[in-house]
Design a protein around this ligand. Structure first.
Ligand SMILES: [Zn+2]
Length: 252
């Protein structure tokens, strides 16, 4: 096992400290609407990316990662994915499995659509134990999703939450069309409607607006998340995955 694999597969977990952070966050009733401006597209950066992106940089113990560094890990992984230089498949899955049986320490969380064309770990060139993924059609911040991401942030200490919409999203498209739907499918629509109200019937514009609205909801509706953001321990960003070329653009 080389050093790179060892580093990535042996990140340790300090549950006690994280639980303290959880309690501290929950105690705080202050809400912080910190808008962190993150701009630039991965696609644009790829043009200047050299061979150094062919292999992942070792992810150090999670406690050493800043929110910006965690986001950069996702950005770099997406560069490798776009460039066809996936490196996560070279990691020893047996070791990763063994080292994550009793603990997990994902450095990032992603709220993605359930769409089968958006394989989150693959898109960011990550493997077992690296990303805390919540998926629901339309990547909406329902109460259960917020609860899950709060657990990820407060207990597992994820350093960044990326809300990722994607091109040709059926959930957003159905909301724009506003037609009836069988069963409980229509329960999704009220969550997405504000984006349609804001951006209109253009699918891409509405999908990007939805990702940004859901990210803002996470920052504002969760005292746990907003407190961690205010303390500089967590970043919440929105992004847009382009099916055609595999790029993830970060949205302002
Ligand atoms: Zn979708």
């Amino acid at each position: 096992m080389n050093e790179e694999r060892r580093s990535r597969s042996s990140r340790c977990c300090s549950t006690d400290g994280n639980l303290e952070a959880c309690a501290s966050a929950q105690d705080s009733s202050r809400r912080q609407f910190l808008q962190t401006a993150v701009s630039g597209t991965v696609a644009g950066l790829v043009a200047t990316a050299g061979m150094e992106f062919a292999r992942p940089r070792p992810v150090l113990a999670q406690s050493n990662l800043t929110p910006d560094a965690a986001l950069q890990e996702l950005v770099d992984g997406n560069r490798r994915f776009m460039a066809g230089r996936i490196a996560s498949d070279a990691q020893d899955l047996a070791i990763l499995k063994q080292n994550t049986i009793e603990k997990q320490e994902p450095f990032a969380a992603v709220l993605s659509c359930a769409d089968s064309r958006v394989p989150v770990e693959l898109v960011f060139d990550q493997s077992i134990g690296h990303i805390f993924v919540t998926r629901v059609a339309g990547n909406i911040a329902s109460s259960e999703i917020i609860a899950s991401l709060e657990y990820g942030a407060a207990v597992l200490a994820t350093k960044v939450i990326l809300v990722m919409g994607h091109s040709n999203c059926g959930a957003v498209k159905a909301t724009i069309q506003g037609k009836g739907a069988p069963g409980q499918i229509s329960a999704l629509f009220p969550h997405i409607q504000p984006a349609v109200d804001q951006a209109g019937s253009n699918l891409e514009a509405a999908t990007k607006a939805n990702a940004k609205i859901q990210a803002a909801l996470l920052r504002q509706a969760s005292t746990v998340i907003s407190s961690l953001v205010k303390e500089g321990k967590l970043k919440v960003v929105a992004g847009y995955y382009e099916l055609a070329n595999g790029s993830v653009a970060l949205l302002d």
